[in-house]
Design a protein around this ligand. Structure first.
Ligand code: PEP
Ligand code: MG
Length: 885
């Protein structure tokens, strides 16, 4: 059976349509669709993507029968236009353009004005009564053909052109006369001969054959391959080739060319938006020689054409049910549409357009939700570096390095290499970027005042990444190319050096680091965004909480729609200037008695912390995790800190150092941390439990509704949990007796050690809920340190071992299986056991799809990811309903 290789469109009828995108490419399918809609499209034909594939399978030769098909369609084109290809009197000229199923802007090649040669150019001059126009078209054609088809550097043609303009003293290309152009044409032809040893082909049929091949070849040019790699487009899709009758926008003042969007692509407003240039071809717009006029000007200059365009706008939007980006040309007062596609838009516009279209009844709410990507929500919530300014900076060689995009947004500030310096400068009103090899809890004060955080080490769940996300700060981690020299207060990449005090700009959404200041675009909380979020809530099944350690974060999370706190880490509360000496006293205590004394001093602080959070979360559950990190993280590090601690404790400095040393561990992340602290030093957890419950009772008396949940970290064995549960229950009894008032609370556990997941049935006996700490669970399941993963995750990705960084997107086969297993085991003991995700995966859309599928109760991301989680959870529910999950 012979396959159909070429699809014709013209005179109101097309053989193809919009649903044939894979076969005809986006451009070809839409040209066919527009033709069928009765819109004014110049006639033409599309050679299918399948032919492209056959061309490659056939050793880059046309498959049998293709050329005959092309000739047949060329005949039809002649009939449709009333012109003849290769005719000396009234020649048919065509454009030859690529068009893949997925838009790859500017990646492949285009040839315009094909069919011109030394003879047909005369015919064109006569038919148009415009010699200059005809020779300019011929000149442009040779230049494009020489470059795209015959492989000559574009710059070489430009050199000849510039030399000519210089010789004549012209400023613009438009100053060139017909005689100048004829001379240029000779010089271009000489260049082609000299460079390729071949003549510029005079036979239009030969030109067409070569051009079609060149478009097929461009599918595999370097930039197209790279583009596909970046955007995950399969290499075997192939491109279609569109051969379309030329129309000219440069035939006088009743002609022109332009680009229009059916709505404003920047704001999303429902207004016709675009630009056009009178008496010009598309490439003039791109070349920037003349500044295009706003489309509203067309209304004054060619009112009928403008009205027709408005009708087109209406038809296209109603038909495609999305904002369209159209290219048009006006030839002697007649409008032609050369392309339509779904228009690129800013995040703000995307949300407004989706919400407006749903309200207009063009699409439904589910469709509106499906159209918005998590990335767009992210962009809406954070200021961004201006894409234009970024491009310019790249051209100027100001891209310093690239790291992992750990927390999105834009940050511009002066580089500092220590948290103390950050605070000092911030107090002077400076904006700073804190740069460290990695951060630790001691850097919190610096992180807090910094605009952004940059580390040369660490992965997506390193301390810097987790804390920055929590704070909603811009953060780039694992920028391994950067060498940081703390001593000389500078950092370098190759021979580029940035010193303390120099300004840098971070793009936390891409991981790019720029030298110098880059302009920012502000975040905007539009009413449409809020409305879209409430629509998400109508469909989602997963609840969304927030990870918050402070009343500010809790407030932010609540504003973003969180339904409770899923994880309140308590360790950061200990780093306060006033508390740290007491914390050190507690840690360095030699007896339980001494420790208790210090803890008593900490209790009122902790109680106030919890009260403040409970007040903000009035009416919603708050899940507080008892102390988790190894104690030595709180110990003094610098000589000065040791001195201060010794003084505070009234001990010789040597003794303080000795005690501190005895707390050091070879492998602290697997050492005395999490619930092991509570087992070894029960008084610590006892104090925290007391602080939580007393806070709960006290705010209840203020009229605040509290639902405290007390969570134990790093449980691996049910006996650990039993002991700690008994401890908390004992404290609860004492507190309730003391106040003569009781509050309901729950005790739950983190599931973040594989053993806990495997023995979840035993553990569930003592836990009212499981909260999966997927950061540690991933670390321990893979045996990969979350702080060191950044060094090799990329290699693993390149080698195809990891499809995604498992610290970003849940490893469904391994970690995911453990979660599912733990949930099932837990449900055997407690059928309705509540399950949450409080690791970083709780804010990752792909992971959220998985959590929806296995019916987790809630996810709990950092505040700025709450809206993303709401969207992802809604999408998961909608896709499942449609059988697509
Ligand atoms: C986790 O391990 O996933 C978790 C939430 O705890 P942390 O990140 O504090 O170790
Ligand atoms: Mg953990």
């Amino acid at each position: 059976m012979s396959i159909k290789m070429v699809y014709f469109f013209g005179n109101g009828r097309a053989e193809g349509n919009a649903s044939m995108r894979n076969l005809l490419g986006g451009k070809g399918a839409n040209l066919a669709e527009m033709t069928n809609l009765g819109l004014p499209v110049p006639p033409g034909f599309t050679i299918t993507t399948q032919v492209c594939k056959m061309y490659y399978e056939n050793n880059k030769k046309f498959p049998q029968g293709l050329w005959e098909e092309v000739l047949k369609n060329l005949k039809k084109l002649e009939e449709a236009t009333g012109k003849k290809f290769a005719d000396r009197k009234n020649p048919l000229l065509v454009s030859v353009r690529s068009g893949a199923p997925v838009s790859m802007p500017g990646m492949m090649d285009t040839i315009l004005n094909l069919g011109l040669n030394d003879e047909t150019v005369k015919g064109l001059a006569e038919a148009t009564n415009n010699e200059r126009f005809a020779y300019d078209a011929y000149r442009r054609f040779i230049q494009m053909f020489g470059n795209v088809v015959m492989g000559i550097d574009h710059g070489k043609f430009e050199e000849i052109l510039e030399a000519k303009k210089k010789e004549k003293g012209y400023k613009y290309d438009t100053d060139l006369t017909a005689e100048d152009l004829k001379d240029l044409i000779c010089k271009y032809k000489d260049l082609i001969k000299k460079e390729t040893g071949r003549e510029f082909p005079q036979d239009p049929y030969k030109q067409l054959e070569m051009a079609i091949k060149a478009v097929f070849d461009s599918w595999n040019n370097e930039r197209a391959i790279k583009y596909r790699e970046i955007h995950g487009i399969p290499d075997d899709m192939g491109t279609a080739v569109n051969v379309v009758a030329m129309v000219f926008g440069n035939m006088g003042d009743d002609s022109g060319t332009g680009v229009a969007f059916t709505r404003d692509p920047n704001t999303g407003e429902n207004v016709f938006y675009g630009e056009y240039l009178k008496n010009a071809q598309g490439e003039d717009v791109v070349a920037g020689i003349r500044t295009p006029e706003p489309i509203s000007k067309l209304k004054e200059e060619m009112p009928q054409v403008y009205d027709e365009l408005l009708k087109v706008r209406d038809i296209l939007e109603k038909h495609y049910k999305d904002m369209q980006d159209i290219e048009f040309t006006i030839e002697k007062g007649k409008l032609y549409l050369l392309q339509t596609r779904s228009g690129k838009r800013t995040a703000k516009a995307a949300v407004k357009i989706a919400v407006d279209m749903a309200k207009e009844g063009l699409i439904n709410k589910k469709e509106a939700i499906k159209r918005i990507s998590p990335k767009e929500i992210d962009q809406l919530l954070h200021p961004q570096l201006s894409p234009i300014a970024k491009k310019k900076a790249k051209n100027e060689g100001r891209l310093f390095a690239k790291g992992l995009p750990a927390s999105p947004g834009a940050a511009v500030g002066k580089v500092v290499f220590s948290a103390d310096e950050a605070v000092k400068l911030a107090e002077q009103g400076e904006k700073v970027i804190l740069v460290r090899h990695e951060t630790s809890p001691e850097d919190i004060h610096g992180m807090h005042v910094a605009q952004g955080i940059l580390t040369s080490r660490g992965g997506m769940t390193s301390h810097a990444a987790v804390v920055a996300r929590g704070m909603g700060k811009v953060c780039i981690v694992g920028a391994e190319d950067i060498e940081i020299d703390y001593k000389n207060k500078c950092m370098k990449v190759g021979d580029k050096i940035v010193k303390e005090g120099d300004v840098i700009s971070l793009d936390g959404s891409t991981g790019e680091i720029f030298v110098g200041e880059i302009e920012c675009i502000d975040a905007e909380f539009t009413p449409e965004f809020k409305e879209l979020m409430t629509w998400c809530d109508e469909f989602r099944k997963l609840q969304v909480r927030v990870n918050a350690d402070t009343p500010e974060d809790a407030q932010k999370g609540r504003e973003f729609g969180a339904e409770g706190i899923g994880l309140c880490r308590t360790e950061h509360m200990f780093f306060d200037e006033e508390r740290i000496p007491v914390v050190r006293e507690m840690i360095l205590a030699q007896t339980s008695e001494e420790r208790r004394k210090a803890l008593e001093k900490l209790l009122p602080f902790q109680k106030e912390d919890f009260k403040a959070i409970f007040r903000v979360m009035d009416g919603l559950p708050v899940n507080i995790r008892l102390l988790d990190p190894p104690l030595h993280e709180f110990l003094p590090k610098t000589e000065k800190e040791f001195e201060d601690t010794a003084k505070y404790l009234g001990l010789p400095i040597e003794e303080v150092k000795r005690r501190a040393e005895s707390l050091q561990e070879a492998n602290p992340m697997l050492g005395l941390r999490g619930c092991r602290l509570g087992i070894v030093y029960p008084e610590i957890y006892e104090m925290q439990a007391r602080a939580i419950l007393e806070a709960a009772v006290e705010v209840t008396k203020e009229g605040v509704q509290v639902f405290p949940e007390i969570m134990l970290p790093l449980i691996a064995n049910d006996k650990e949990l039993k002991i700690l549960r008994d401890l908390i229950e004992k404290v609860a009894q004492e507190v309730f007796e003391k106040y003569g008032h009781k509050v309901n609370f729950q005790i739950g556990t983190m599931v973040e050690v594989p053993r806990a997941a495997v023995t979840a049935d035993k553990i569930a006996k003592y836990a009212e809920y499981f909260s999966f700490g997927t950061n540690d669970l991933t670390q321990m399941t893979y045996g990969i340190s979350r702080d060191d993963a950044g060094k090799f995750v990329n290699v693993y990705k390149e080698k195809g071992i990891f499809e995604e960084d498992p610290f970003v997107t849940i490893d469904v086969d391994g970690v995911g299986k453990l979660i599912e297993m733990a949930k099932t085991l837990g449900e055997k003991v407690r059928p309705n056991i509540k399950t949450g995700i409080c690791g970083e995966h709780g804010g990752d859309p792909k992971s959220i799809f998985f959590f929806h599928k296995i019916k987790i109760t809630y996810v709990s991301p950092s505040p700025y990811r709450v809206p993303i989680a709401r969207l992802a959870a809604a999408k998961a529910a909608i896709l499942e309903e449609e059988g697509l999950l």
